[in-house]
Design a protein around this ligand. Structure first.
Ligand SMILES: Cc1cc2nc3c(=O)[nH]c(=O)nc-3n(C[C@H](O)[C@H](O)[C@H](O)COP(=O)(O)O)c2cc1C
Length: 179
């Protein structure tokens, strides 16, 4: 697509209107390659991804459509489930920063890489944190130490889909420049 960086971050938005056009396998592979480059604490890369497409995605949709929410995912052809695995931090660091949940932050960063790469490839995404975690964990056969953190709906938008104006705080509300 050749977006500038600013265009890229302005173009990424949560899509809730998907067409049923499948996502090409090559594009899904490019998305996970982008995740591979995400920085993480001690380079621990504490994630595992499940890329679920087509008919097989039924169990993901069932877990996402909870209490009337996320119904729009019904039309979406692909989902990537981001699972956090226990991070192996360097000796000493884990104790020093035990109050920090680095693995959780790392998975968040990985999701950012994924969604921005998707935008770059002309795809739409929606990060989803609202789901039946037990249903997903069981279906994926996760162990007790693995936790589903986020699911990213991935696909193409319906015709006529438009970029929205971003609703955000003003920078003055969240930044202090010191010095
Ligand atoms: C951690 C996280 C969880 C989210 N969970 C959901 C969700 O379950 N359903 C949904 O429709 N959107 C979900 N969103 C999307 C946010 O609502 C959206 O990112 C925010 O309103 C900003 O809009 P934008 O992504 O279009 O810029 C989630 C976003 C994040 C980062």
């Amino acid at each position: 697509m050749a977006y500038s960086f600013d265009e890229l971050i302005n173009t990424r938005q949560s899509c809730r209107s998907y067409s049923d056009k499948p996502v090409e396998k090559e594009k899904l592979e490019e998305l996970v390659k982008a995740v591979r480059l995400t920085p993480s604490a001690c380079n621990s890369q504490p994630w595992k991804l499940f890329v679920v497409t087509g008919e097989k995605a039924r169990f993901v949709k069932d877990a996402l459509q909870l209490m009337g929410r996320n119904k729009f995912t019904e039309d979406c052809p692909a989902f990537t489930v981001f699972v956090e695995k226990p991070a192996t931090l360097k000796a000493g660091i884990a104790e020093m920063v035990s109050s920090q949940k680095f693995a959780q932050l790392d998975v968040g960063a990985a999701v950012s890489y994924y969604t921005l790469k998707a935008t770059d490839l002309g795809l739409q995404t929606c990060i989803l944190g609202w789901f039946d975690e037990k249903k997903l964990s069981n279906a994926l056969g996760l162990s007790k130490s693995e936790k589903v953190r986020l699911v990213v709906a991935t696909g193409y938008a319906v015709d006529g889909y438009e970029l929205r104006e971003k609703v955000r705080k003003d920078v003055s509300e969240f930044v202090d420049f010191i010095g």
